[in-house]
Design a protein around this ligand. Structure first.
Ligand SMILES: Nc1ncnc2c1ncn2[C@@H]1O[C@H](COP(=O)(O)OP(=O)(O)OP(=O)(O)O)[C@@H](O)[C@H]1O
Ligand SMILES: [Mg+2]
Length: 579
């Protein structure tokens, strides 16, 4: 089937035989296989991997898979027919059974090692061998790279079974966490935030695992029971899954001269990263030092823009370690995340993450990851003092680049041409004190109201009062703030040409109406565990058009403040990462 035909939508890809011609295995040629690995991929015991970029691993299929959901949007982009999601061979492959693939495709996937830095500090303790050689994709297994319409995609099963990096764990993901990741990726994409994407979600009808989780109504911080949950495999898709932590692993080995090819392997990985994530921006023909500097600049721009986008849409990556920071500058690892509802600058839904990974501190966490990235580039520049100095300059300017992104983002969110620090400061204080529903507030503000009446839809007065606050004076302060904001808009209007309608339209394009509220997600995975997938698909449909007004039925069900009784509830307001 020609790519031309796919592009024009004349033909559909309806079975794996149609996918097979698009498969591309050049990764295997560009990168180095772990020389100790079993080429057949029967490599499921925790062990140290000393060198090479990837380990061939055969996924472990989940038992009796059932189709739960797929992403129609991504399927369309790939030229896949919706029917493919439920075709037996596709379903088998993406629930972990590679024995079904056509002959031209490889029945073995691959897993990669990576290192970890937390907030810029290098760690090896999380590795069972305390060396860092046993840490990496413990349950994520890539199964395919394909090129379609000139775009390249890597497909990775999450929960596909044990790999050498599994650290003794089961290599599985439960339905609950798979549903969350599945929904979040497509929601973020629809919000216009760079992200890994969701291809498909299959759940086992019979296989379960035990995970710590919250009992009904529990307000305890950590899970208070062991829950038996169905296992699932969601497949995520991105140009590559290279993380800052992965570059670090190879840089640490190069620094320590762990083996003779260590520096060479770092260079190969960087070349591969540029090829997969930055082909248009960086000419591979340039000498290594020039490429490294361009990469650092490009990644800096992407990372800063990404984090500004996160804050724009209320997203908090509660565990923004270097191993959860994609070197392509997109969002990765939807486990310890959440979307801010009642505004809190220190919002952090993951109980294992500290304030350093809280909502408004994400720009600083990004800076720490960027530092780790730059350290990982240094071994490639040891013989180039000028370039090393330039790299240091690129590194040290991260806060300025980030600051510019943030000011631009806040100005856009507030419908202003220019960022206004004083107005912003007052706003954050008021949003925090009230508190406001982050999404409802900015969406209502986007209609540029004359009074605060419509904004009140987003006020959590009962939360304010439950915290012992006095409501008196709050509405008046909002009225004052609103008039100061409107005055600013009027002032800009008098000098520019943007009409109120145009300004409102622009604001609605950056301030979504619908957000992924955890209390709306919980019932969807609970129902899915009983074999009822429609609520999940309904929520998916809503979250993949977050800027659209949608119907009044959708509005009354999904555009609501979080109910008071769900505050501080385990699994709703906070969660451990037991995924
Ligand atoms: N059930 C599991 N079996 C094996 N390894 C696991 C399991 N759960 C987590 N891990 C591994 O633990 C490490 C840290 O956990 P984290 O929650 O970041 O992983 P994850 O959600 O699997 O990751 P990601 O989305 O980043 O691939 C990862 O290297 C991951 O592969
Ligand atoms: Mg992770």
């Amino acid at each position: 089937m020609s790519n031309q035909a796919v592009r024009q939508g004349e033909t559909d890809i309806t079975c794996l035989e149609d996918v097979a011609p698009l498969a591309d295995y050049s990764l295997m040629e560009n990168l180095v296989r772990d020389p100790d690995a079993d080429p057949e991929g029967q490599d499921h015991q925790p062990r140290q991997v000393f060198s090479g970029h990837y380990v061939p691993v055969r996924p472990t299929p989940i038992e009796n898979p059932a189709y739960a959901a797929h992403s129609p949007e991504l399927f369309r982009e790939l030229g896949f027919s919706d029917r493919l999601a439920q075709s037996p061979d596709f379903m088998a492959m993406f629930s972990g059974d590679l024995s079904v693939v056509p002959e031209s495709m490889r029945p073995v996937g691959w897993a990669c090692g990576y290192a970890l830095s937390i907030y810029g500090t290098e760690f090896t303790q999380q590795c069972p061998f305390q060396t860092g050689n046993g840490y990496g994709d413990g349950r994520a297994i890539s199964v395919l790279e394909m090129v379609n319409n000139g775009r390249r995609w890597e497909m990775q099963l999450k929960g596909g079974g044990r790999t050498p990096y599994c650290r003794g764990a089961d290599g599985r993901a439960v339905l609950r966490s798979s549903v969350r990741e599945f929904l979040a990726q497509e929601h973020m994409h629809a919000l216009g935030v760079p992200t890994s994407r969701s291809l498909s979600l299959y759940v086992s009808k019979t296989e379960t695992v035990m995970r710590p989780w919250y009992s009904e109504g529990s307000r305890s911080r950590e899970p208070d029971q062991l829950l038996e949950e169905p296992v699932a495999i969601s497949t995520r898709v991105a140009p590559s899954f290279i993380r800052v932590g992965q570059l670090e692993l190879f840089a640490r080995r190069a620094r320590q001269q762990a083996h003779p090819s260590a520096l060479g392997e770092l260079g190969q990985l960087v070349t591969h990263l540029i090829d997969r994530e930055y082909p248009a921006a960086i000419d591979q023909g340039l000498p290594v030092p020039a490429r490294v500097l361009m990469l650092a600049r490009e990644f800096r721009s992407r990372l800063a823009a990404l984090v500004a986008n996160w804050i724009r849409v209320g997203y908090c990556q509660g565990n923004f370690n270097s191993d959860n920071c994609a070197a392509g500058g997109y969002t990765l690892d939807y486990g310890p995340f959440g979307f801010c509802e009642a505004f809190d600058a220190y919002f952090q839904p993951w109980t294992g993450g500290g304030q350093h990974f809280s909502f408004f501190n994400q720009p600083v966490a990004a800076e720490k990851n960027f530092d780790s990235f730059c350290s990982a580039m240094q071994p490639l520049l040891v013989d180039h003092p000028d370039e090393l100095e330039q790299l240091e300059g690129i590194r040290s300017e991260f806060p300025q680049v980030m600051g510019t992104e943030m000011r631009t983002m806040w100005a856009a969110k507030l419908g202003l041409d220019e960022f206004e620090p004083e107005l912003f400061k007052q706003l954050v204080q008021l949003m925090m004190e009230t508190p406001v529903d982050y999404t409802i507030f900015f969406r209502e503000l986007s209609s540029i109201p004359e009074t605060i009446e419509s904004l009140e839809k987003g006020f959590y007065r009962s939360v304010h009062e439950a915290r012992g606050g006095n409501w008196e004076g709050i509405p008046e302060r909002w009225t004052q703030w609103l008039s100061a904001w409107r005055a600013r808009i009027k002032a800009e209007e008098s000098t520019g040409s943007t009409s109120m309608e145009e300004r409102s339209r622009r604001m609605k394009a950056v301030n979504p109406k619908y957000t992924m509220r955890e209390w709306l997600v919980v019932p969807t995975y609970q129902k899915a565990a009983q074999g009822e997938y429609q609520p999940l698909r309904d929520l998916q449909a809503v979250l993949t058009q977050p800027y659209a007004e949608q119907s009044s039925a959708v509005e009354s069900q999904y555009n609501q403040r979080k109910p008071l009784e769900l505050f501080n509830l385990g699994g709703f307001s906070h969660y451990s990462c037991s995924s």
